[in-house]
Design a binder for this molecule. Structure first.
Ligand SMILES: [Mg+2]
Length: 261
């Protein structure tokens, strides 16, 4: 197995999740279907609770906002199986959420509710965060060499923490020194990596970023961050040019950090 040596000046590793630490299918085939399948039951069970009321309130505000801006909205069909006002209200929220998910909307209201549903699913053990087998042993090895390890994912920091706190290997949250999500900026924007370096408190050149997406690797490089592209089963294949330009690994085990002081 060919190894890829990271620059000797590296002090921090920054990891993407989807397609890097975790199969892309985990989000697509487990997390999102979970919402679609359990949404109505979740709302019925928690309808009277404050947190759920706030989530619904946010969604309603989003609907009002969309209507004001003449954005397309789902049409609520008259459903004869729904009787009480509560059932009707729940059905409307369900329609709205499913519609937003189908349209791939990234509204805060949607993310908030999804986050709360996933939290419940993780804590009950219904869902466990998937991690590739080479991930935790490698991170432990890197940490043994004095490197810091951070996560940068488009999933919210809360969602990232849930995944690693309730993973197939148990709670591995202590492997990370910090988490970043798109609150710091888009992953394809070089500025985001500059901000992350600032927050970590080191020059961009001391960071090595691992991702499956070459556009993200490019943005990181533009900021002066060292990028390594991770190829996992099911990831988008690299073009010949990309494969020639980037250091590519198929397992974290290939990353060589020895030789550091
Ligand atoms: Mg990714």
């Amino acid at each position: 197995m060919a190894t890829v040596a990271i620059p000797a000046c590296t002090t921090a590793l920054l990891l993407d999740i989807e397609g890097t630490t975790t199969p892309i299918t985990f989000v697509k085939d487990i997390l999102f279907p979970y919402i679609r399948e359990h949404l109505e039951d979740y709302l019925s069970d928690h309808w009277e609770e404050d947190e759920c009321k706030q989530d619904v309130h946010l969604l309603k505000k989003q609907i009002e906002e969309d209507t004001r801006q003449n954005r397309a909205r789902p049409v609520h069909a008259v459903d004869q199986t729904v009787h009480t006002d509560e059932e009707k209200a729940i059905r409307e929220v369900v329609d709205d959420v499913l519609w937003q998910m189908a349209a791939d909307r990234k509204s805060t209201a949607l993310k908030r509710l999804q986050g709360h549903m996933w939290r419940a699913a993780y804590s009950s053990g219904t869902i466990r965060g998937e991690i590739y087998q080479d991930v935790t042993p490698s991170i432990r090895r890197w940490r043994g060499h004095g490197l810091k390890v951070f996560i940068y994912s488009s999933g919210s920091v809360e969602a990232q923490k849930l995944l690693f706190a309730h993973s197939v290997e148990g709670d591995v949250l202590d492997l990370f020194d910090g988490h970043f999500d798109t609150a710091v900026g888009a992953k394809v924007d070089a500025k985001s990596y500059e901000r992350i370096a600032e927050r970590i408190g080191c020059p961009p050149g001391e960071i090595t970023f691992l991702t499956d997406v070459t556009r993200e690797a490019k943005a990181a490089e533009d900021a002066g961050v060292n990028a390594v592209v991770v190829v996992r089963p099911g990831n988008i294949e690299l073009t010949e040019e990309e494969a020639a330009h980037y250091h590519v690994i198929t397992s974290f085990g290939q990353l060589q950090v020895t030789g550091r002081p």
